[in-house]
Ligand binder design. Structure first.
Ligand code: ADP
Ligand code: ZN
Length: 208
């Protein structure tokens, strides 16, 4: 199954993607993780991307697309994939359709994880990520439960950037909800509450 995830930053897209990956073996493709990987590697692309990310803006489409295309070429994608963080605007959605068509693939569903904006700010400020594997946790975790790596606060989870990211989401990304509705691919879950409960609903709406 090929799925894209929609929802505000902090809605819990990554957490649900991790669960789907663990149970069904889908490839979890997070463009945010790909970009942070490029930054950590010190590549020119990473350097260019970092300024946009720290400002809570979208990285230019062509930079993200080159990372995405490379990742979609990997072997594990054949079992299905979950795209987390892409598309983030209408142009990216149109590009994605074309890229997948060229690969003989298509999307089965766009899963919207819906969360009240008031909850989002609180979640993002408490969020921590693993430096080694990208696992997402909360501020009470000092070591990664998956790999033992160091948990840290992403630069863009600092309060000054959170507001800008929510604004970017509302203006650029939220219109994709209508886009996928128009393609009859939208599936929606309430992202509030316990991650395991949300996951039960995720599987229901995806027919898994
Ligand atoms: P979140 O969904 O919590 O905002 P991500 O890790 O998905 O976190 O993304 C972090 C940042 O990476 C975004 O704010 C943006 O700057 C950049 N980014 C990720 N994916 C894309 C994309 N598809 N297009 C443009 N920028 C992106
Ligand atoms: Zn880890």
């Amino acid at each position: 199954m090929n799925i894209v995830l929609l929802g505000a930053p902090g809605a819990g897209k990554g957490t649900q993607a991790q669960k789907l990956t663990a149970e069904f073996g889908f490839a979890h493709i997070s463009t945010g993780d790909l970009l942070r990987g490029a930054i950590a590697a010190g590549s020119p692309l990473g350097l260019e991307a970092k300024g946009y990310m720290d400002a809570g803006q979208l990285v230019p489409d062509e930079l993200v697309l080159s990372l995405l295309k490379e990742r979609l070429g990997a072997d594990d994608v054949g079992r299905g994939f979950i795209l987390d963080g892409y598309p983030r605007n209408t142009a990216q959605a149109v590009t994605l359709d074309a890229v997948l068509r060229d690969m003989g693939k298509s999307l089965d569903a766009a899963l919207l994880v819906a969360v009240d904006p008031a909850v989002i700010v609180d979640r993002l400020s408490r969020r921590r990520a693993c430096r080694e594997c990208g696992f997402t946790g909360v501020d009470s975790m000092h070591a990664c439960p998956r790999c033992g790596g160091e948990m840290y606060q992403r630069d863009d989870d600092k309060p000054a950037t959170i507001e800008a990211r929510l604004d970017t989401y509302a203006t650029k990304t939220a219109p994709l909800i209508e886009y996928f509705k128009g393609q009859d691919k939208l599936a929606e879950v309430d992202g509030q509450g316990d991650p395991d409960e949300v996951y039960v609903h995720v599987k229901e709406v995806l027919g898994l």
